[in-house]
Design a binder for this molecule. Structure first.
Ligand SMILES: Nc1ncnc2c1ncn2[C@@H]1O[C@H](COP(=O)(O)OP(=O)(O)OP(=O)(O)O)[C@@H](O)[C@H]1O
Length: 288
């Protein structure tokens, strides 16, 4: 299995890939052409190496599944992609910019184009609506924030259209006024994803978004991933659920022992992998 979408495993062009981006005329909505790429990423803690020489890319309008056994470094990788930490080696590129080579103000601006929902669900102790509008407030300009503050003084009866859209995408609009603390784990995860979607990011990073969730919440989250993909967002999903990777992703990258040993179209990775360890892993025969 060697076929790749053009440029997908070689994050070297720095330019949006016109061949893989959705046709703006086809959905009429947004069309970012921002790809997220990692090149030669290496990272460790103390004396231990966790990630070694990882190169992968997620293109606009696709879902990339990053799969691997527990402890193989998926969360560490996603934390690097989200720019929470600077990699020991290699680069993270958003829209062709090496993010750690940018002045801090520009890096923060780039970070705002990357939405994320991580395993540790961390909603604020306030309403669902306020949680989802938080990301918007962070992204907005100073003048828009002043306007928000003024509106806040007088109170707003209705959630903004953007918040409504994001909540509808995850099937949670009926909970808009609820206190976030009263939500189930699955509902909270859906709100966390709505919060990441509200600012209309170019890239969406989801780390194990459905672990320990029931089928209904899982289906809602998978549907939101597809909706984001169909809007042209580059979606990366870390999961240890092979069935989920097969259901939702266009391409899959397999991380074993802290390095990416194979990536390509999901069907090919699962049905005819090049590497025997990948075959054993996707068949559940490789125990780490
Ligand atoms: N801050 C840290 N300090 C030290 N070691 C860490 C730190 N974060 C992660 N690790 C170690 O790095 C390795 C990879 O952890 P990581 O959470 O990235 O794996 P994972 O593939 O996401 O696992 P899981 O599927 O269980 O979430 C583990 O051995 C973990 O203990």
């Amino acid at each position: 299995m060697t076929t790749e979408r053009p440029g997908a495993d070689e994050p070297d062009s720095g330019e949006p890939d016109e061949t893989t981006a959705p046709d703006p005329a086809s959905n009429g909505a947004r069309r970012s052409k921002t790809r997220l790429a990692a090149r030669g990423l290496g990272h460790g803690f103390g004396d231990g190496t966790v990630l070694e020489d990882i190169s992968l890319a997620v293109e606009p309008g696709e879902i990339l599944a990053v799969v691997g056994p527990s402890g193989t470094g998926k969360t560490t990788l996603f934390r690097l992609l989200a720019m929470f930490e600077r990699p020991d080696e290699g680069t993270v590129e958003v829209g062709g910019d090496d993010v750690w080579g940018l002045p801090e103000a520009r890096r923060l601006a780039v970070r705002r184009r990357v939405g994320m929902a991580f395993q540790t669900r961390s909603l604020f102790s306030t309403t669902v609506e306020e949680n989802v509008s938080y990301g918007l407030r962070v992204r907005r300009s100073w003048s828009a924030r002043v306007r928000d503050a003024v509106e806040g003084l007088f109170g707003r009866e209705e959630p903004s259209e953007t918040v409504e859209d994001a909540l509808r995408t995850v099937g949670m609009f009926d909970k808009v006024g609820r206190d976030a603390g009263s939500l189930s784990a699955g509902e909270a995860q859906r709100v966390a994803i709505a919060r990441a979607l509200a600012p209309d990011p170019d890239v969406l990073l989801l780390d194990e978004p459905t672990s320990n969730l029931d089928p209904r919440n899982t289906a809602a989250i998978e549907s939101a991933m597809r909706a984001a993909r169909d809007r042209g967002i580059a979606v990366a999903l870390a999961t240890h659920d092979m069935q989920q990777a097969r259901r939702v992703s266009d391409r899959t990258a397999v991380i074993l022992g802290g390095t990416c040993i194979e990536s390509g179209p999901t069907d090919e990775v699962f049905e005819s992998p090049d590497d025997d360890r990948v075959r054993q892993f996707v068949e559940g025969k490789l125990v780490y």
